[in-house]
Design a protein around this ligand. Structure first.
Ligand code: SAM
Length: 189
């Protein structure tokens, strides 16, 4: 088993344990709390991997790191992309960094509120994965100037954010599968 797969498995076990309100041995001594990780399901992670592989992005931005589970799946899908992930919770940032170090992968965690980080964002992006609070339309509008043509946008739990769902369905060729909504930022569409 690859190192990255063993860390992904460890996070799945941590998530199970936290739901039963205990910390497993693998995470003794690591600053965490008993809050749920709200990580992606295995099924959604597999779709995230498939979409990322197909798109072959050079630069990826994730909104909502939590334990780093989905970011590690993004890294599994692309060994070479630059990956950034934004998270405001200090303990989650520490937990995610612990997992990235353990998996020996380079993923840049930005500890900030998404809104603040995106206000200053300048780097062109090929893929954005949104999995944080549900101000997705606002974040999408903030990111628009940095999206490369045909950038792939993937949104989790979009049904809780009616505004982005309505707008993108009117303006883009959107697909929905197992609770993920995704579309290419095609300004000509
Ligand atoms: C659903 S979880 C992310 C799960 C992660 N993508 C995964 O699958 O492993 C959402 C995370 O976003 C963080 N978050 C929510 N709103 C945020 C905001 N406005 N700015 C920064 N982080 C935020 C939460 O603290 C939480 O850790």
């Amino acid at each position: 088993m690859e190192l990255i797969d063993s860390v992904i498995k460890e996070i799945e076990e941590l998530d199970d344990a936290l739901q039963k309100k205990y910390i497993p041995k693998s995470h003794y001594g690591i600053k965490t709390n008993l809050k749920p990780l709200w990580k992606l399901s295995k099924e959604k992670s597999n779709l995230l991997i498939k979409l990322t592989k197909q798109h072959n992005p050079k630069t990826i931005l994730e909104l909502g790191t939590s334990s780093g589970y989905s970011a590690l799946n993004l890294r599994k899908a692309s060994k070479t992309a630059k990956i950034y992930s934004i998270e405001f919770d200090e303990k989650k940032v520490e937990l995610a960094k612990h997992h990235f170090n353990k998996a020996k992968v380079n993923i840049v965690v930005i500890q900030a509120r998404v809104n603040n980080a995106l206000n200053q964002w300048q780097e062109p992006l090929d893929l954005v994965f949104m999995d944080c609070d549900k101000n997705y339309l606002h974040y999408f509008n903030q990111l628009k100037p940095c999206l490369n043509p045909k950038a792939l946008i993937i949104v989790d739990n979009y049904e809780k954010s009616n505004d982005i769902t309505k707008m993108v369905k009117e303006e883009f060729n959107v697909r929905e599968e197992i609770g993920l909504l995704f579309f290419h930022y095609d300004i000509a569409s």
